[in-house]
Write a protein that binds this ligand. Sequence first.
Ligand code: UGY
Ligand code: MN
Length: 245
Amino acid sequence: MHPLGATRSSLKADHLLQTPDTFVRAPLPGAENVDFILHATPRLGAAFTQMTAEFAAGGMLGPTPAQRFVYVLEGGLIVEAGDSAVTLTRGGYAYLPQGAEHKVRATSASRAAVIEKIYQPQPGADAPEIAIGDESKITGVPLMGDDGLRVRALMPDGPPYDFAVNTMTYDPGAALSMVEIHAMEHGLLMLEGGGIYRLGDAWYPVEAGDFIWMRPYCPQWFGALGKKPAKYLIYKDWRRHPLGA
Ligand code: UGY
Ligand code: MN
């Protein structure tokens, strides 16, 4: 039954809420047996891309002109990069610097969040390095002293790296302690639970599976509702001068 044109999805000048009922799949060049949901792209106004890749068993990502970050949502992915081949399962992730030869192949039907950004070098900084990890091995750090809200940083941090990807886990009832308004933009995938997201001048109910894009300076706040924790994966551009110098 169609929903008579109703959806929680909403596109405004400073944000997008994209709910699963509005997802449309598309192929991308060089990928085999993978469908992509293109959440954030330059066509939206984003300076990065974020997609969900849905792999059939044996499916492979194609090449990218950019840095690539892959976070496994479901199933298993073999990442071949440098001298190693590693199998990542749910919560496993890989960062592949721009130009790094690599292959990403699914061992079974799988889903992954894929974030790509053209690298902005920092003069004098070392080159970024491949990083592979598992979210479950990272200790959560309370945000601004609130141990009901824990941040896990997945990307390495330091001068070579120009973006961050974190997970944020909110106990039921936990909330951001302030409305944030900042120069960095965000791509956000709700992984678990739900709550209320303020974006610009609107307040939205959100739940696992939803995607949100926030333009730089989009007013933002989240409070978790329900009886289990809410968790999201969040991208932001990071550590670069706004004038691009
Ligand atoms: O890192 C952040 O800016 C993060 N606290 N933003 C958010 O959760 N909307
Ligand atoms: Mn923020």
